[in-house]
Design a binder for this molecule. Structure first.
Ligand code: SF4
Length: 430
């Protein structure tokens, strides 16, 4: 039996309700436990990425002190508010759209990874930037913030399984193999085009952004992927796109690139699993990466939404598989989804294909519309879920005590070329 959906934006409350009544509408009952339960254990923890393989050497979070593990929601809320008051302008708190409500409500800025990195840049006076998102986002904030500013990730285990799917050693190896097939990669042809331009999604490590910067490439977001691919095609015969195959495929397909000219690169197979001829003929080489949150969306869910809600407007994120994007009415970034709902003047039914925390928050903010997640199972992003108010209270109270914990710092050898790749993206904006 399904528990009625309320307009309480808290996914945590919803998970506790479902688990308490034994409803199977949640992907893992472990979500009802505190995330500290999983900090000593290798893995992404419960949620959408729990089946993904975590790389060895991924950061682990040390034990959260008992005072935070044992505090209830109201106590943590009061501690966070008090610490923020004490710290004042010395700290800026950033919250990603996919972060839980109990954390987001303390953020000075709420946005996608790029919007938050830019927000960090706007506060050179802050000594510390507490990034309630995942590891690559904190790295990007560190790239764009001042050298004296500390970027803090409240739980070091908050990685991103998609970003982890493109490892720097695998990408370097891919680049060497492509050079064997395509010839020297830094020598343009008679038309002035390089054999291949590397393009990385914002959702990648600083090491990958640095690789791209060193090799004539560029960063993209889900909002500007088409503009960035146009930039790359003006400079190269083909693109190597990582880590998200779906964003690469959906964007290139919309630009008219044929599917048979978009081979996949599987880093565990010679030549990525393609023939040399296929790579020579390619336009976009897609890395074998994906987001386990957005991979859960299916065309069957869209069919069901249309059958149950005639006239429903279906909007999905471009990290969803191609057939899902094709079956939806619209596809766009988190910012696009939010703006589309805000712009709707008539009461509308929206079925949304993106992370559940954002969908429930939008539903609570826009009660004139009916807004629901296409996925009927509550299954948040595992890694965002690792940031609980307990960790936020801990890092803030440590700052009050004069201690900086969980600082994320990108070494300058990586940071300098990574900034080049980000600057190219900013300059490529239409
Ligand atoms: S939603 Fe997907 S891409 Fe975003 S942080 Fe989670 S796993 Fe990574």
């Amino acid at each position: 039996m399904s528990t009625p959906v309320s307009l309480d934006p808290s996914v945590d409350h919803r998970i506790l309700e479902l688990v308490a009544v034994g409803d199977d509408g949640v992907c893992s009952t472990d979500l009802a436990a505190g995330p500290w339960t999983f900090d000593g254990v290798p893995g992404y923890g419960p949620g959408s990425s729990m089946g993904d393989v975590i790389p060895t050497g991924s950061p682990r979070q040390g034990e959260l002190p008992a005072a935070y593990r044992e505090a209830d929601e109201a106590d943590l809320e009061a501690r966070i508010v008090a610490a923020r008051e004490t710290l004042g302008d010395r700290v800026v708190v950033l919250g990603h759209f996919y972060q839980r409500e109990e954390v987001v409500r303390h953020a000075d800025y709420v946005g996608d990874s790029y919007q938050l990195a830019v927000a960090a840049k706007r506060h050179p006076e802050a000594e510390a930037i507490v990034f309630c998102g995942v590891h690559f986002m904190a790295e990007t904030a560190d790239l764009l913030s001042g050298p004296e500013q500390a970027v803090i990730l409240p739980n070091l285990a908050a990685g991103c399984s998609m970003a982890d799917m493109a490892d720097i050693d695998q990408v370097e190896e891919c680049w060497e193999q492509l050079a064997e097939v395509l010839g020297p990669l830094d020598v343009p042809d008679a038309d002035g085009l390089l054999p291949v331009i590397p393009v990385t999604y914002m959702n990648s490590s600083a090491a990958i952004k640095g690789f791209v910067g060193r090799n004539g490439g560029i960063v993209c977001t889900s909002s500007n992927a088409r503009t960035v691919l146009e930039w790359a095609f003006a400079r190269g015969r083909r693109v190597l796109f990582f880590p998200d195959q779906h964003l690469g495929r959906n964007t290139a397909k919309e630009m008219g690139v044929a599917l048979d000219r978009m081979p996949m690169w599987n880093p565990h197979r010679p030549l990525g699993g393609s023939s040399a001829e296929t790579l020579v003929d390619s336009r976009v080489i897609l890395w074998h990466g994906f987001c386990s949150v957005h991979r859960r969306f299916t065309t069957a869910q869209i069919d069901r939404a249309r059958a149950e809600h005639p006239g429903v407007r279906v909007i999905v994120h471009p990290e969803c598989p191609m057939e899902v994007v094709d079956a939806a009415d619209e596809a766009g970034s988190t910012a696009y989804i939010r703006e589309a709902i805000e712009a709707a003047t008539e009461p509308t039914v929206f079925a949304i294909g993106t992370e559940i925390n954002l969908v429930r928050r939008l539903a609570a903010q826009h009660p004139q519309h009916e807004i629901f997640c296409l996925d009927p199972v509550v299954c948040p992003c595992s890694t965002m879920y690792r940031i609980h108010p307990g960790y936020l209270a801990w890092v803030l109270e440590e700052l009050v005590a004069g201690r900086t914990v969980n600082r994320i710092e990108v070494p300058s050898a990586v940071a300098d070329p990574a900034r080049v790749a980000l600057e190219r993206m900013l300059a490529a904006r239409p």
